[in-house]
Design a protein around this ligand. Structure first.
Ligand SMILES: Cc1ncc(COP(=O)(O)O)c(C=O)c1O
Length: 359
């Protein structure tokens, strides 16, 4: 089988060695005579995998002892509710930087539970200037989305807030592609289905002193403390997804870790952005260079009627899933950790050829 280049925004491309290892051990897990996904999650084998996965994450991201690692379910959307349910405590207000579709959605969910102080301009989605982020001392937390997958925007700075205000970030689409400063971040969460593994797993890394703030009425499954105390095994965890995430962590270590992923992400995305910028306006991306995402390159064709043809021709060449999110249209090339440089090179070459033929 020849592999295509899969530019999907998630579920997205995974490393081939990980898929091969999972396939080789799917039916008979290392001679156990049964699959891992048939085993009890409380048995010795899976217990070891979940423990090891958390340790591997700790090593990859330098997660300090002050923080807990939770392996949960429910995706980013569940976190949009869990964050306010668990962090509001007695506070009446939380601050949200609304820079794109996902932070806008998170802010709307939080507004069900508290007053939301919106920073940014929801009608014109962009990363605000650093100085524009001001947060009151009595805000329960400051929330931002580090990489806006749909809008192709990525923070190039850590938002400032008073020390007493916990900083929360949705890192779903750039998780494990850049270091995270846990001195600054009180809580980060990510759906696994981009850089970490299959859909169905959600990782939450949070400061331990934030556990226990949820009210009595918080549903059990939405309470971080319950999951922390149960070692992420309060209910049946997504065993397959955690196993594959474990293999992804080992692959990341063998490739050199998160700094190497960051460098590669810059190289891949720079190539595609250069192709856009050198196209004489044939391809358009108006995001300020410092806020362009390394993970999701979003662009349009000046002549939008050519979009379907672009996608059709790219697809025929094995460049798959380049259509932009249905809410914004246009094109999007997601360049997650497992995307080889050859994928960005082939895309760039195709873009140049297409522009030459249709420009
Ligand atoms: C940055 C970000 N946050 C949240 C979500 C929602 O995640 P889920 O579909 O896992 O609920 C996505 C999905 O793509 C995302 O990219």
């Amino acid at each position: 089988m020849s592999r295509v280049f899969n530019f999907a925004a998630g579920p997205g491309v995974l490393p081939v060695p990980v898929l091969e290892e999972a396939a080789a051990n799917l039916v008979d897990y290392h001679g156990e005579g049964m699959s891992l996904i048939e085993m009890s999650h409380r048995g010795a084998i899976f217990s070891q995998i979940i423990r090891e996965t958390k340790d591997l994450l700790r090593g990859l991201l330098n997660i300090p002892d002050t923080h807990d690692v939770l392996l949960l379910q429910g995706g980013g959307h569940t976190q949009f509710a869990m964050v306010p349910l668990n962090l509001l405590g007695a506070a009446a207000e939380a601050a949200y930087i609304v820079s794109g579709t996902w932070s806008k959605k998170a802010a709307a969910e939080a507004a069900k539970f508290c007053h939301v102080n919106v920073i940014g301009t929801p009608s014109r989605l962009a990363i605000p200037a650093r100085e524009a982020v001001t947060v009151a001392n009595d805000a329960a937390y400051l929330y931002y989305c580090m990489n806006e997958t749909i809008n192709g925007l990525e923070f190039n700075y850590i938002p400032d807030c008073p020390e007493c205000v916990p900083l929360v970030s949705d890192v779903s689409s750039d998780f494990l592609s850049r270091p995270i400063d846990f001195k600054r971040h009180a809580l980060v969460f990510a759906g696994a289905q981009k850089n970490f593994g299959p859909a169905g797993l959600t990782v939450v890394i949070l400061r331990k002193d934030l556990l226990g703030l949820a009210s009595e009425t918080c549903p059990t499954m939405l309470n971080y403390q319950i999951h922390a105390e149960a070692g992420s095994m309060y209910n049946t965890p997504p065993t397959f997804a955690i196993w594959v995430a474990n293999l992804v962590c080992k692959w990341l270590i063998s490739e050199g870790g998160v700094e190497v992923m960051d460098r590669r992400a810059r190289e891949r995305s720079s190539l595609v952005y250069q192709t856009i910028d050198a196209s004489g306006g044939f391809y358009v991306n108006n995001i300020p260079a410092q806020h362009r995402s390394r993970m999701n390159v979003v662009f349009t064709l000046a002549e939008s009627a050519l979009t379907d043809l672009f996608i059709k021709e790219a697809d025929a060449q094995g460049l798959k899933n380049l259509r932009g999110h249905r809410s914004v249209g246009g094109l999007r090339a997601s360049l997650f950790n497992a995307m080889p440089m050859a994928g960005a090179e082939k895309l760039s070459q195709f873009m140049k050829d297409f522009a030459e033929r249709h420009g």
